[in-house]
Write a new protein. Structure first.
Length: 183
C-alpha cells in the first residue's frame, strides 16, 4: 500500500503523443477543449522533430536503397518485380533468349532421351510461334535447336559425367581380417 505504481509518461511515448496530436477535439468528445490554431506543414514538421517522432526511423543516417546515379522511369515496376519475385512477365523474345541460355543445363537434369526430345521440340515450337506473332517488342533472334544434334550432345555430356563419376569413386578397400564384423 505504501508502493506507488509508476505509470508511463504519455509525453515520453512517441506513439501516444502522435495519437494525441492526430485526434481533433470533436473526436475525443471533449467539447470544452481549447481549439488549437491550424499549423502549416512546416510548423507541423518542426513540432514533430521537437517531439522526436523522426528519431527512430529505420534508415536514419543511412543512404537510401536503390538510389542510382541515373533516372529510370520504370524504377517502381523493377523494384516491385524484385520485391515480389515475379517471373514470367518478359516479352516472348527475351524469355526465349533466357531459356535458350539455360536449356543445356535444364536438359542435363532430365533422365531420359524421350524427355529431352520433348523439351527441345516444345522449345522449337514456342520459338516459331513467337516469330509469327506481330505484337511488337524486341525481335525474336533465338535460333531453333536441331533436335537430333542436341540429343547427341546430351548423350555425350551424360557419358562424360558418368566417366568423371567413375574416376572420382575410388575402388572399395579390401578389409583386413581383424576389421571384419564377427558373426
Amino acid at each position: 500500500m505504501g508502493r506507488t505504481m509508476s505509470r508511463p509518461d504519455p509525453h515520453r511515448d512517441s506513439r501516444r503523443r502522435a495519437a494525441h496530436y492526430r485526434t481533433s477535439p470533436d473526436e475525443t468528445g471533449a467539447d470544452d477543449a481549447p481549439s488549437r490554431p491550424q499549423l502549416t506543414p512546416e510548423q507541423q514538421i518542426e513540432a514533430a522533430i521537437r517531439r522526436g517522432d523522426f528519431d527512430d526511423l529505420p534508415l536514419a543516417g543511412k543512404p537510401l536503397p536503390h538510389l542510382g546515379t541515373s533516372y529510370d522511369p520504370s524504377w517502381w515496376i523493377k523494384r516491385l518485380i524484385e520485391r515480389e519475385q515475379i517471373s514470367g512477365v518478359l516479352p516472348p523474345a527475351l524469355a526465349l533468349r533466357r531459356e535458350d541460355a539455360e536449356l543445356d543445363t535444364y536438359l542435363d537434369t532430365t533422365g531420359s532421351e524421350e524427355r529431352a526430345r520433348e523439351i527441345l521440340e516444345d522449345f522449337n515450337r514456342r520459338v516459331i510461334e513467337a516469330r509469327r506473332q506481330l505484337q511488337g517488342g524486341p525481335p525474336v533472334i533465338t535460333a531453333l535447336r536441331d533436335v537430333d544434334a542436341e540429343v547427341e550432345a546430351w548423350r555425350e555430356r551424360r557419358r562424360v559425367r558418368a566417366a568423371a563419376r567413375a574416376v572420382e569413386e575410388p575402388p572399395p578397400r579390401r578389409r583386413r581380417w581383424w576389421g571384419r564384423p564377427r558373426g
